[in-house]
Design a protein around this ligand. Structure first.
Ligand SMILES: NC(=O)c1ccc[n+]([C@@H]2O[C@H](COP(=O)([O-])OP(=O)(O)OC[C@H]3O[C@@H](n4cnc5c(N)ncnc54)[C@H](OP(=O)(O)O)[C@@H]3O)[C@@H](O)[C@H]2O)c1
Length: 280
């Protein structure tokens, strides 16, 4: 029985592993159930298909469901096969459907066992973008220990754990680790104690990783305020009535800086990038 595939999707999950999905115009299940071997007899190039057959380096972006992470995914989609990190598969699906070389990578980064399980599928990793983050501002007096713990869990411990479990995959590829830090990782303002402490520590981790792993490139990105959900919540917590997106960096601009760091030729090691909104 001939099966006619009307649509295929390819996702690179390592340099030597791809996942292939088929959609058939006839029901293939009965035929496939009776098969012991499946032979691919004919592969035809179809330039109208949305899928690229070229092997591409693999990039995992955490926090890709929205904000800066989603913009980084759009920035890398033409050059990389993407694993879109996020907690909620449904939130990742629209972006994954829109980007032909992307698939969701669903895990809560603070669930360390689940992170280990999810990371097992990744044999080689060219780019790891630690983007997921948490920010809750307030005075030291008003900031609870729970807020400190969540901030440290998401912004630091989750990054440390994910990096450690992916180190073999990164070393195999001679990979690039990009850590989305902040201006708050370089200087502290009143009301920012927990967030700034987590980002200062993240900076220390990045510098140690670069010093210990000479086969990897490690880049700290320090943007100022960006127009995202996180910034809207911060402006509201600061008691400001108006939110003007033009006061802040665009996600696409910061994503471009991330893309430029990743595309920097291998004779250079982009160690840190700082960006401030032009209006400030
Ligand atoms: N916005 C700014 O002004 C600004 C400035 C400098 C640096 N940054 C940094 O830029 C990065 C991105 O920030 P953003 O403004 O795009 O933030 P955002 O709009 O609040 O988005 C945060 C992202 O992190 C994910 N995330 C949070 N906790 C997670 C967890 N436990 N497990 C998995 N994913 C989790 C969220 O997933 P869900 O959708 O599941 O919640 C979401 O995708 C952060 O590291 C932030 O610190 C932001």
């Amino acid at each position: 029985m001939a099966l006619r595939a009307t649509r295929t999707t390819l996702a690179w999950v390592g340099r030597n592993r791809i996942k292939v999905g088929f959609r058939f115009s006839n029901n293939p299940l009965d035929a496939l159930r009776s098969c012991r071997h499946v032979e691919v007899a004919h592969i035809q190039r179809d330039d109208s298909a949305a899928t690229s057959l070229a092997p591409m380096p693999v990039a995992l972006i955490t926090g890709a469901s929205r904000g800066l992470g989603a913009a980084i995914a759009q920035e890398l989609e033409s050059t990389h096969s993407l694993l879109l990190g996020g907690r909620d598969a449904e939130a990742l699906t629209p972006l994954a459907d829109h980007l032909p070389n992307a698939q969701p990578w669903t895990v809560d980064l603070t669930d360390h066992d689940a992170v280990e399980r999810a990371a097992r599928q990744i044999e080689e990793l060219d780019v790891l973008v630690h983007n997921a983050g948490f920010a809750r501002i307030g005075s030291i007096e008003d900031t609870s220990l729970d807020t400190w713990r969540t901030t440290m869990e998401v912004n630091l411990f989750a990054v440390v754990h994910l990096t450690r479990v992916l180190l073999p995959a990164l070393r195999r590829a001679g990979g690039h680790v990009v850590l989305i830090n902040s201006g708050a990782g370089l200087r502290v303002n009143p009301g920012w104690s927990a967030y700034a402490a987590s980002k200062f520590a993240l900076r220390a981790f990045s510098d140690a990783l670069r010093a210990e792993e000479p086969s990897l490139r490690v880049t700290s990105i320090h943007p100022g305020r960006i127009d995202t959900d996180m910034q809207r919540a911060i402006i509201s917590a600061e008691g400001k009535d108006e939110y003007n997106p033009d006061d802040f960096l665009k996600t696409s601009t910061v994503a471009l800086a991330v893309g430029n760091a990743i595309r920097t030729p291998r004779d250079a090691h982009p160690t840190e990038v700082m960006l401030r909104p032009a209006t400030r």
